[in-house]
Design a binder for this molecule. Structure first.
Ligand SMILES: C[S@@+](CC[C@H](N)C(=O)[O-])C[C@H]1O[C@@H](n2cnc3c(N)ncnc32)[C@H](O)[C@@H]1O
Length: 272
């Protein structure tokens, strides 16, 4: 109850300040919020909350534009990769297990694509573990500067700058396994469904394996909810309904802390 009251007060205060503060002051702060800077004091915390509320109130095409063009494809996105230049295997254990199972089941797999490959370190790790033997390991990401760096840094791997959606539209999905960690949370709900539909144009040798966190109560809530800066909590299984993609395996891990009911869903999916 106290936490609810605190959140409500913060929300009301943020809305009021958002209305009365001069835009030259708030625009500078908004840039800092968007660049993922941590708030330094209570005032900034209140304003960060207001910027986030205003962000999610934008039309979906505008959310896509800001999230992609202004953050991930840009210098702030590159900075994020520099700060996350590691494998974080703990978060990827279930995904690695499911990927191994998929490749055992489909030994003819030609390509494993990581969508949202970022620093390239996970793909590098997969290469070192032998996942690339007899097949190509490809990373796709919106950040062109990072993909160019990765191509220089990891000569045995291929990194492509661009949107996974475009790649899926213009390449055969025969023998293609797509993996994603912490990337699909940045897709808007309808964008995620479009992505599932594109994956469903593959055949019985096409798979999607992903690991994403959500703080929805999955037994009761199906509607996507804004979460933390520009990410969403999605009900991935619900959004997959009717897209032609079927979830064939899932592992749910409790990754919450305190009163935050976070779970990580790791799932394998194939065209129905
Ligand atoms: C939070 S980062 C995750 C990076 C990496 N998988 C990791 O866990 O460190 C999300 C990544 O998804 C990429 N991304 C978002 N939408 C994308 C899209 N439609 N196509 C390709 N990459 C995308 C962003 O550029 C960003 O690098």
């Amino acid at each position: 109850m106290r936490a609810e009251l605190k959140a409500k007060t913060k929300d009301l205060l943020g809305r009021a300040l958002g209305r009365v503060l001069p835009s030259d002051l708030t625009e500078g702060m908004r840039e800092e919020w968007f660049a993922a800077r941590t708030p330094r004091n209570v005032f900034e915390r209140v304003m960060w909350g207001e910027f986030q509320r205003q962000y999610y109130a934008l039309p979906e095409h505008e959310l896509r534009r800001l999230n992609r063009d202004r953050f991930w494809a840009n210098a702030d996105g590159k900075k994020w990769f520099e700060e996350h230049d590691d494998v974080r295997l703990e978060q990827r254990k279930a995904l690695v297990n499911q990927l191994r199972e998929v490749l055992d089941e489909l030994p003819g797999t030609k390509t494993v694509i990581e969508v949202g490959a970022g620093s390239g370190r996970f793909l590098e790790w997969l290469g070192n573990e032998g996942f690339g033997e007899g097949r190509s390991l490809v990373g796709i990401d919106l950040n062109a500067a990072q993909m160019a760096d990765n191509n220089e840094r990891f000569p045995g791997l291929t990194f492509i700058a661009g949107e996974i959606q475009e790649w899926l539209k213009s390449n055969p999905l025969d023998g293609v396994v797509v993996i994603a960690v912490g990337t699909l949370q940045y897709f808007t709900p309808s964008e995620l469904q479009d992505f599932f539909r594109l994956m469903a144009t593959g055949n019985n040798t096409t798979r999607l394996v992903f690991a994403e966190v959500t703080n929805l109560d999955l037994a009761r809530e199906t509607e996507s909810r804004p979460r933390k800066r520009t990410a969403f909590s999605h009900h991935y299984e619900h959004l997959m309904n009717g897209t032609g993609l079927t979830l064939t395996k899932k592992v749910l891990e409790d990754v919450g802390s305190g009163s935050q009911p976070y779970v990580r869903l790791t799932a394998t999916c194939k065209p129905s």
